[in-house]
Design a protein around this ligand. Structure first.
Ligand SMILES: [Zn+2]
Length: 123
């Protein structure tokens, strides 16, 4: 499956809203036809050094809020990371916790690899 430039750009854009200095991650949930259902970035909570909500968990929470749950098994997610002061896409493979969340949600997951290429997550 080819991920459209529109989806990749949206994931990069939303990552720029992150307040995590060392790794800005964006996640976009979309349908087979390329319709964007929800997007979210990772976020560190003010006054709490170690509490960071990962973009994958945030986008699942948004989808639930939007009542997209009944269609979740037909959805895809793209996760990308952008470097500080750059729009270049770099490695954003989901962590084990997010991997489990995405698997439970039934999403087909794509992420940006070390070269900034989009890969499907194999389980
Ligand atoms: Zn994670």
């Amino acid at each position: 499956m080819n991920i459209s430039y529109n989806i990749i750009r949206k994931a990069a854009e939303v990552s720029h809203k992150s307040n995590v200095v060392r790794g800005r991650v964006g996640a976009v949930l979309f349908t087979k036809n390329g319709h964007i259902v929800a997007s979210a970035c990772n976020r560190r909570y003010d006054g709490h050094k170690s509490l960071t909500i990962h973009a994958e968990a945030a986008v699942i929470a948004k989808a639930v809020k939007l009542r997209a749950r009944q269609r979740m098994d037909q959805l895809f997610v793209l996760v990308v990371r952008t470097k500080r002061e750059s729009t270049a896409i770099c490695m954003a493979k989901p962590c084990p916790v997010c991997d489990k969340l995405l698997e439970k949600a039934g999403f087909i997951t794509f992420y940006s690899d070390y070269e900034g290429k989009i890969q499907q997550l194999k389980r």
